[in-house]
Design a protein around this ligand. Structure first.
Ligand code: NAI
Length: 528
């Protein structure tokens, strides 16, 4: 930790940690597990954004498997070979899992892969098409399954589908190591994704596949195509939805508001926004509202203005359910005036879009406005915590995608903390639950349950201080609770099964704890 702290530059810290991961794997995991709050920003957001941009310049070895457009027809063989040969350092490095234990539950005599994170690099955070550099995001996210939930690292596989890139800068860079051609599209693209999914299912039928940072023209389609064919989900759509709903439920405890009274305006109508809108509507329906009424509480702006009925012609498919019968508004200020939202959620990748005037107009409508500038990385956040606090005179209830420093509230000198809507609170627990129950599918109601449960275990003290979520340093305990609740729900829905002798909530808690990976211990690998 002393050596790490002596490094000032975030990217150098990233390289330091990645080097440690290969050189002394158990120490790497021990450090991350014991200090997630301090270390996670250097293996995941925000630093991972820059790491992906400069991936081909970094001295760090690749930890995942590239499936390229040229592998078409031989994807299965590549996955198997890579897992056996290239990933051997990982099982050596985390010697806790015996090969026999890892093999339990796997097909074809190969060792088990419990979770795979796959990207095609087209929309990395808010940074756009980073081609083969997208591997950094799969490598970063996969770590969180281990650090936050306890999935054994030797059962985790990062994947990047290198289908080319439309990023001119990368195509012209002599050092870029990905395929130097335009992105595959249409049938050829779909065929490669299809081959990847078929081969994953044939090789590792129970493996949870997490889709990560696909462009939104592919993300929704891919999710729809595969969501009922085996355990998979899209974290940008469904994971973000769960963490944001959890933030909203906690925010309502701060404002003393009711979910059914909220009107939410989304600035940005992509994967994150639409996923959040759909899950919020699902939660509202539970309060007795009809589906239509619930959907009509969520309004969206995209780069062309308010999404509404008069724009139906030519509107992207995923926005259509939110094209309500309201007057078109060209910009955010006029949309706020017309809709009078109680909450404003930024998922636009437009840094600084929530100006002083915008925040003040939310304050004019609400005693405690809920403002969540979720765009990542930090440079893309619609406003900073400091700005939101100052412009709202400390009245804002705030959550952002990237971390910000706390602020001392001017009117009473109290130190207030920003909440970070970090997907890491949800997807690792969900993935662990899917793996432990051999879930056949991951359904939206599991994300709803995870959101409700995460908010419920956040204490009033944490909410009063601004956090909206439990302490990130207790993420492993939080994940045990969430994992148990999700396991129970998977079993109750008939989507998976409980291990022998596991019946009650307490049984689940004990079972999950005994299967969490702890660096240097053997016990955890009995199932995974
Ligand atoms: P996306 O590319 O699917 O969607 C972006 C949306 O913003 C599009 O609908 C686009 O039309 C809209 N947009 C662009 N310019 C605009 C403008 N000037 N005014 C209004 N809307 C505009 O991206 P996605 O996946 O929805 O992600 C958006 C952002 O949310 C990213 O920065 C991402 O990092 C962040 N995010 C944050 C998460 C978190 O806080 N936990 C999780 C997932 C994403």
């Amino acid at each position: 930790m002393d050596a790490f702290r002596a490094i000032a530059d975030p990217l150098e810290r990233y390289v330091y940690l990645r080097t440690l991961q290969r050189g002394d794997t158990e120490t790497f995991y021990r450090a991350l597990i014991s200090r997630p709050l301090e270390l996670m920003p250097f293996v995941y957001t925000p630093t991972v954004g820059e790491a992906c941009e400069r991936y081909h310049e970094l001295p760090t070895p690749v930890n995942g498997v590239y499936v390229t457009a040229d592998d078409a027809g031989a994807v299965g063989a590549k996955l198997r070979r890579h897992w056996k040969e290239e990933m051997a350092w990982l099982s050596r490095g985390v010697g806790g899992a015996s090969a026999a234990a890892r093999a339990e539950g796997a097909s074809h005599g190969d060792e088990r892969v419990a979770v795979a994170v796959v990207t095609d690099g087209e929309r990395i955070l808010g940074l756009g098409d980073l081609g083969a550099g997208g591997m950094g995001i799969s490598e970063g996210k996969i770590l969180l399954y281990t650090v936050c939930a306890g999935v054994h690292p030797s059962t985790c596989l990062p994947v990047c589908l290198d289908v080319g890139t439309n990023n001119k800068k990368l195509l012209e860079d002599p050092n870029y190591k990905g395929l130097k051609r335009e992105r595959l599209k249409g049938e050829a693209y779909d065929a490669l994704v299809d081959e990847f999914m078929r081969e994953m299912r044939a090789w590792q039928p129970n493996c949870l596949v997490q889709f990560e940072d696909f462009g939104n023209s592919n993300a929704f389609r891919i999710l729809e195509k595969y969501r009922t064919t085996g355990p998979c989900f899209n974290d940008d759509i469904q994971g973000t939805a769960a963490i944001t709903l959890a933030a909203l439920l906690s925010a309502l405890r701060a404002t003393k508001g009711r979910l059914e009274d909220q009107k939410i305006l989304f600035y940005g109508a992509g994967e994150a926004g639409v996923g959040i809108g759909e899950l919020i509507a699902m939660a509202m329906e539970k309060t007795g509202m009809s589906h239509k009424e619930a959907m009509e509480r969520c309004y969206f702006m995209d780069s062309k203005g308010l999404v509404c009925k008069s724009r139906l012609d030519g509107l992207q498919h995923h926005k259509i359910p939110f094209a309500h019968d309201v007057e078109y508004q060209p910009d955010l200020a006029s949309a706020i005036a017309a809709i009078e939202p109680t909450a404003l959620i930024g998922v636009s990748t437009i840094g600084g879009a929530f100006t002083q005037d915008i925040v003040k107009s939310m304050c004019a409508l609400n005693e405690r406005p809920i403002i969540f500038p979720l765009s990542n990385p930090t440079s893309k956040a619609e406003c900073t915590f400091e700005q939101a606090m100052e412009w709202s005179d400390g009245r804002v209830v705030f959550a952002s995608g990237s971390p910000f420093d706390p602020v001392v509230r001017k009117r009473d000198g109290v130190k207030v903390f920003p909440a970070q809507a970090n997907n890491a609170y949800v997807f690792p627990a969900l993935g662990f639950a899917a793996a432990l129950t051999d879930a056949s599918q991951v359904t939206d109601d599991l994300f709803l349950a995870a959101a409700e449960s995460l908010s419920a275990i956040t204490s009033d003290t944490e909410i009063d201080a601004g956090h909206l979520f439990p302490d990130m340093n207790s993420i492993r305990d939080v994940s045990v609770t969430l994992t148990a609740e999700i396991c129970e729900m998977i079993v109750a829905r008939g989507l998976g099964h409980a291990p022998k002798g596991v019946k009650t909530h307490e049984d689940w808690l004990e079972y999950i704890q005994s299967h969490q990976y702890h660096p240097g211990e053997e016990r955890l690998a009995s199932k995974l």
